[in-house]
Design a protein around this ligand. Sequence first.
Ligand SMILES: Cc1cc2nc3c(=O)[nH]c(=O)nc-3n(C[C@H](O)[C@H](O)[C@H](O)COP(=O)(O)OP(=O)(O)OC[C@H]3O[C@@H](n4cnc5c(N)ncnc54)[C@H](O)[C@@H]3O)c2cc1C
Length: 428
Amino acid sequence: MPLLPVEERIKSFREIELGYSVEQAIKEAGRCLQCKEPLCEKGCPAGVECKAFIEQVMLGEFDKAVAIIQEKNPLPCFTGRVCAEEVQCEGACILAKKKQAVAIKALERFVAQHGKNEWKAGKGNGKKVAIVGSGPAGMAAAVELRKNGFSATVFEALPLLGGILSWGIPGYRLGKECVERVVKEMKENKVQFRAKEKVGEAKMLSSLMQDFDAVLLAIGEGKAKKIKLPGIEKQGILYWDGFLQGFGRGGKSLNGKKAVVLGGGNTAIDCARTLRRLGCTVTVAYRKNMPFMPCNKSELVHAMEEDIEFKMQLAPQAFLGKESLEMVRFKKMAIEKERFVETEETEEIEADVCVLAVGQEYDATVANGTELQGKEIKINGCKTELWGVFAAGDLANEEKTVVHSIASAKKAVEEIELYLEGKKQEGI
Ligand SMILES: Cc1cc2nc3c(=O)[nH]c(=O)nc-3n(C[C@H](O)[C@H](O)[C@H](O)COP(=O)(O)OP(=O)(O)OC[C@H]3O[C@@H](n4cnc5c(N)ncnc54)[C@H](O)[C@@H]3O)c2cc1C
């Protein structure tokens, strides 16, 4: 995949992956062996028929290719940019064992751009579904529901639609015009969006349960988990959610600052690469070592190319400085009996800014005014313990990724259809 040169990358929030040309895509598709039993499809959490869509790319039939993908995944422009291909489709590709896997993710991105498969809402069936949250799970569910003739109304707490795709994943990985294009298409198909209406505050879940035939909670886990460490209140310390919402779209400068990011997932690397673009020198500190970092491999490679330093086996202990942060103190971790354990040895890293990206949780206020207020929402698959209320996306999933969110939204829509056909909502 062609990339922006590093010097240009760190000066802007422009997408760094430039996408294939028509010739490059057809050539890459031509490397596919068209296996009798395509393992790549087993590797895709949404079950996309990779073999068939790649064959259509090879033939130059991009409209047919995108139609095949959208059978299983209505939002390929997102997954073609942010999936962890190395542990999904491409990790399973037979060619990965010998030389290089077919670049399935890049082909998906190409097809989403070049293929036309404008979906159309189905004939109305008179049933209304409320969706809480406009991230990939909420969007995928709304598309599926409209295709099947349901009315779909999406309630979103923020003014911005798209969930983490809009305010979390930075524009240099996922251009915001992608989200705008998908939302526009949804509006054309009469998906109704109610931005700035937080369920549990502006609108109560109990009233949605009365006004709609079913409710889907797709609220994600967009809140940072708070940690208690000495000095956490110092100026210059930020959690990932506030940092990405405030700085993640560029337009601000932290030029010359020394920044430390705590964590090893995509969120940590996105914070690090954003800080780099804002003019900081950046160190990522992680408790374990590199093979354990849960971030996408491509993120790690790009971060290294962008001169971000990585320090492994460091567990944060305290934030030092007067009012403002000056230093982060860590305990070094050792490996004992295949486990990471803290030692008494310490290390300090100078920092004016520290971004904490060490955990996420959902915003429980959604259940205000229901029997679940103040309790954990129990979820089994995509069913909740509230009658007629379903769940999808990060809220319901073990694996918190875009493709898993889309796959679970499709499953939730199937369950909602069964429920509305009068079948019992079992399983909780
Ligand atoms: C920085 C970052 C980078 C990531 N990188 C990747 C990646 O490279 N690849 C990948 O596959 N995954 C990645 N992920 C994970 C991925 O973004 C999530 O798995 C996915 O967005 C979850 O989708 P969702 O629809 O469940 O939730 P979200 O995208 O979180 O959307 C939920 C929406 O619900 C809204 N909401 C919440 N509560 C309410 C309420 N009470 N009323 C109304 N609206 C409400 C929120 O405002 C939000 O808009 C990343 C996550 C982060 C934070």
